[in-house]
Design a binder for this molecule. Structure first.
Ligand code: GLA
Length: 707
């Protein structure tokens, strides 16, 4: 390496060391920080080259370092967004990196990603290829990281830590499919003491990625510098990249807030609705999903009865869940249940003789939209598909298959285009038999347990982890471009696909199979840190709850579900007449407040992690309408909590009304109050006993409400 080139690299990083500290940055300036690559000279006596890197490659000749120099940058402005393209090249090897930084004029989010390609004499092995890898000086004594961690039935638990001098906070998920569970691909890095919902400097880093992922925050020995990384996880093996092929990292989405975590969440919500989710701000329907109401045991009549029930309560869509497909000995019926049929996407005509088209027509006759459940990434070993194509199943040569659900569930090889083509053809045939199909719940009920692909050559098997996810997106995109009107729900045994990668193709995710409202208060609180309410599917289910056996009032189940996209998952015939009447009124209330919930700005007021209740509110963008939810957990006796509202116009006058009411009023409300009074004095809400809750509709009284 020539001396002047080394000095040039050193100068780049030395400039970094004296650059503005994290506390005075923006999302864009974070994204534009130099990308940390293994081997880059630093100019420091102690750390002569970067070793904690976002990009690390073994060249075709075995060399392990990269030394990138900028070869040019340009910025394109299309009126709505600004994209800077930065071209970097290795000084010695024909190895190139192109970085992208894209920001929008109408929201604070910034996307950044990297393309890697080379023209070496043979393949290069990528040991790491992060989307974002930046080093920044910090002034604050305290650096914190908040992310979400969980598993099936307890998704999105808040996971918070302080990163002290010399420490490395490392979060990875290696599931391959249901990765949002273990370590959600999103985090907030906070700077300074006392960072909370309303105050403090916070950097949000989230990946648009559904596969394995890795986030790291490293703090140097004296605490004055941090490295922040986010990208695909490659601990399961390097990615082998052939000459002339481009490896594109997932996009990382950064936001920056000087007003605490609440503002980070609001920025993510706005960006996702405006620039990510396929149907953007379209209001999501109140639907009934058949799963908990019938599981695998249904006939045509069961489904028609459910349609009648949801229609009566004011619902707008009926979704047929698992159990409608498969044929002959592999039919997904009451006998086989979850043990057979995945992979065979044709209607089980023994169960549904008049097919899905008939059901969709029946839904339409009742004024309901119609949707179905599918699980295309998976198969059962007991399926015609696997009988015909055993090599389409992910498995390691020479080892017995480890099967998931029903002891027969396996993952299909989505790295193989032939597999995706077959699934496309099968689903396309099903969809074309249902011209009015409005909604698809796309499920995924296993991780990659057998990480081997018959399609990927032996010397590059670890490529599977990345190629699988790219294959998943490719199939979703192909189906979507043919029928863009269909709304998709990303489900993975509950919230395993609660991520921005899925939300590029799906308008919502199934938040959790745990439908108990008590647990949902926590799960939804976690999900709301990054993901918008319109994307969060929340269903009113039976009491006692099927998973926990907990008994809760119907009002509580509604109030908790109304904080997201409300739906039902029960058989309406099991409801008493008074429960049907309550549900009808609650759905009508929800439809009225729905634009505020689904498109409004979220303010989290009281954390269920800190008190025996959760309080949150949504405010319309024009600040002319708001909804306040107070969701009690387990309260001994009575508890009065003064909830100071947020986000209102201090000068405007608002009327406040309790809605979704039972007999008891939860607050003494005056006729009307100014935004300032509501924010400074608050509303004293009284909750009593276990699972009590209240909802308040707040409407600007001095101007006509137009949401
Ligand atoms: C998963 C989903 C459920 C339901 C079942 C059907 O568990 O999370 O909502 O669709 O599969 O088998």
């Amino acid at each position: 390496m020539r001396r002047h080139a080394i000095l040039a690299f050193a100068a780049v990083l030395a400039a970094g060391a004296s650059a503005a500290p994290a506390e005075s940055m923006t999302a864009r300036s974070f994204a534009e920080r130099e990308y940390l690559v293994f081997g880059q000279p630093t100019g420091s006596y102690y750390e002569a080259i970067v070793k904690h890197a976002g990009l690390q490659a073994i060249h075709a000749d075995g060399a392990v370092t990269l030394r990138l120099a900028e070869k040019g940058r340009e910025t394109k402005d299309d009126g709505a967004s600004k994209t800077t393209v930065i071209r970097l090249k290795d000084e010695v090897y024909p190895f190139e990196v192109t970085r992208y930084v894209k920001s929008w004029n109408d929201c604070g989010a910034v996307e950044t990603w990297v393309e890697i390609r080379h023209n070496e004499k043979g393949p290069v092995r990528l040991m790491r290829a992060d989307s974002f890898a930046a080093q920044v000086p910090v002034k604050a004594d305290r650096v914190g990281v908040l992310t979400l961690s969980g598993q099936g039935n307890c998704e999105a638990g808040l996971c918070e830590t302080e990163v002290k001098s010399g420490q490395f906070a490392y979060y990875a998920s290696c599931a391959g499919t249901r990765d949002a569970w273990e370590s959600n691909p999103a985090m907030m890095v906070s700077f300074g003491d006392g960072v909370d919902e309303e105050s403090g400097k916070v950097l949000g880093v989230a990946l648009e990625w559904t596969g394995t992922s890795c986030k790291r925050v490293r703090r140097n020995f004296n605490g004055r510098r941090i490295d922040v990384f986010a990208g695909v996880d490659m601990t399961s093996g390097p990615y082998t990249l052939d000459p002339g092929v481009t490896f594109t990292t997932p996009k990382a989405v950064l936001v920056w807030s000087e007003k605490g975590r609440g503002e980070v969440s609001r920025q993510y919500h706005r960006w996702a609705r405006r620039h990510l989710m396929p149907h953007g701000d379209v209001l999501h329907s109140v639907l009934l999903n058949s799963w908990e109401g019938s599981y695998f045991s249904f006939t045509e009549q069961t489904l028609l009865d459910m349609m009648d029930g949801v229609k009566e309560m004011g619902g707008e869509m009926f979704v047929l869940d698992d159990g409608w497909f498969g044929r002959g000995k592999f039919a997904r019926d009451e006998v086989n249940k979850a043990t057979a049929g995945l992979g065979d996407w044709c209607v089980n005509s023994a169960k549904l003789p008049r097919g899905l088209g008939f059901l969709a027509d029946e839904a339409a006759k009742r004024g309901l939209k119609f949707g179905i459940w599918v699980e295309p990434e998976m198969a059962n070993t007991s399926s015609w598909l696997v009988e015909a194509h055993p090599d389409w199943v992910l498995r390691e040569k020479g080892r017995p298959l480890i099967c998931g659900r029903g002891k027969t569930q396996v993952v299909l090889d989505f790295a193989n285009p032939a597999v995706r083509d077959d699934l496309f053809r099968q689903l396309d045939t099903v969809y074309s038999g249902i011209p009015s199909l409005a909604f698809v719940k796309w499920d995924c009920n296993a991780n990659i347990h057998n990480p081997g692909s018959a399609y990927i050559p032996a010397d590059r098997q670890p490529n599977l982890w990345y190629d699988y996810t790219i294959g998943y997106y490719e199939l979703l995109a192909r189906l979507q471009s043919k029928r863009p009107q269909i709304m998709t729900q990303a489900c993975a045994s509950g919230g395993g696909h609660m991520d921005f990668g899925s939300l590029r193709y799906a308008d919502e995710f199934w938040t959790s199979d745990r439908t108990d409202p008590y647990n949902r208060v926590f799960i939804q609180w976690g999900a709301s840190q990054f993901y918008p309410a319109s994307a969060m599917a929340c269903h009113v289910t039976d009491s006692p709850n099927h998973q926990t056996k907990r008994k809760t009032p119907l009002k509580y189940r509604f109030d908790v579900a109304m904080t997201g996209r409300l739906g039902f998952e029960l058989h309406p015939k099991n409801l008493k007449p008074e429960e049907v009447a309550f549900s009808k009124a609650a759905v009508a209330d929800y439809k009225r407040i729905r634009p505020v919930v689904q498109r409004g700005d979220l303010y989290r007021l009281v954390s269920p992690y800190e008190k025996p209740l959760s309080a949150l509110m949504y405010v319309s963008e024009a600040k002319d309408a708001a909804v306040l939810f107070a969701l009690g957990l387990r309260i001994k006796g009575e508890r009065a909590e003064t909830l100071k509202l947020r986000g209102l116009d201090p000068e405007a006058r608002y009327s406040v009304k309790e809605i979704n009411r039972g007999a008891r009023l939860h607050a003494n409300l005056s006729e009307s109050a100014t935004g300032r009074e509501l924010m400074e004095r608050g509303i004293a809400v009284r909750l009593a006993g276990d699972y009590d809750s209240a909802v308040f509709e707040i409407v600007r009284a001095d101007a006509p409400a137009a949401r």
